[in-house]
Design a protein around this ligand. Structure first.
Ligand SMILES: Cc1ncc(COP(=O)(O)O)c(C=O)c1O
Length: 266
């Protein structure tokens, strides 16, 4: 007899990992397969990163790390956000996690109460909706087809927001579509959100550097949203470090503190 919680039984298995496994099985049978499931870069972790990690092991960086991450790493993230994104954060606003995936889940668990609505533009990365379910929230799927370049419009966003809307998950550059929101498109969405102060934006920017369209813009750059945007990023995609499991959340202090509190327990 199984004794699983409703929370677990209502969760779907990762479709991405299932596809990846299927592809590995076919490869093992000698089938020529191009695996487009998991987002694995087609290069290796750069040598200076590998060398630094080896040095860190030799220097006995093998004890429990601080819950929000090592201070030097958080300082480097603050510097990156300023240099590459023009965003101002303090180290207290940065929480390092085991990949962007954990950062997103932490954020949802900090924000969402049972029955709260979370807007997810579709097509979406499969884990978002499962994480919303874990947090006992309600997914509100906003379809954005090829006719609109897979991007939601301000009108769609306005129509989807209700008093129960807690968060919008925005992924730019997008997995799976590759669409990139321009600065002006983000500004138009920010103008809508300015009218709805109960909505927090979870801005998944993990694909920032896999962008063949134009300059990356972050919705966190609009002052009107500064105290309610959770920027999610990490090293998996840009530096081919998917297996290293290093991601981060950059957020207003109230949210960063909550994510650290949560992470301190699991
Ligand atoms: C859109 C999106 N966000 C987040 C992640 C998770 O990244 P990480 O490896 O840092 O957990 C992925 C990984 O495939 C992704 O596609």
């Amino acid at each position: 007899m199984e004794h699983l919680s409703v929370r677990l039984t209502s969760l779907s298995s990762s479709a991405t990992l299932a596809m990846s496994q299927k592809s590995n099985e076919l490869k093992a049978q000698g089938v020529d397969v191009i695996n487009l499931s998991v987002g694995e870069p087609d290069f290796f972790t750069p040598d200076p990163i590998k060398a630094a990690a080896k040095k860190a092991i030799d220097n006995n960086f093998s004890f429990y790390s601080p819950v929000p991450g090592f201070l030097d790493l958080r300082k480097a993230i603050v510097a990156k956000l300023k240099r590459e994104n023009g965003l101002d954060y303090t180290v207290d606003q940065i929480i390092v996690s085991n990949g962007a995936k954990q950062s997103i889940c932490n954020t949802l668990l900090c924000l969402v109460d049972p029955g709260d609505e979370v807007i997810v533009p579709a097509p979406y990365w499969v884990s978002y909706v499962e994480m919303v379910k874990l947090a006992e929230g309600m997914n509100v799927i906003l379809p954005a087809g090829i006719d609109q370049n897979f991007k939601i419009t301000p009108e769609q966003l306005e129509a989807a927001i209700t008093p129960k809307t807690k968060a919008l998950i925005l992924c730019t550059p997008s997995n799976p579509t590759g669409s990139v929101y321009s600065h002006d498109e983000l500004e138009a969405l920010a103008d809508v959100l300015a009218r709805h102060p109960q909505v927090v934006v979870i801005s998944d920017e993990i694909y920032e550097h896999i962008n063949y369209v134009g300059r990356h813009a972050s919705i966190a750059s609009f002052p009107v949203l500064r105290d309610r945007v959770a920027v999610i990023n990490g090293v998996s995609k840009a530096y081919a470090m998917t297996g290293w499991r290093i991601g981060f959340l950059a957020a207003p202090l109230w949210l960063a503190r909550a994510a650290s509190k949560l992470q301190g327990q699991y």
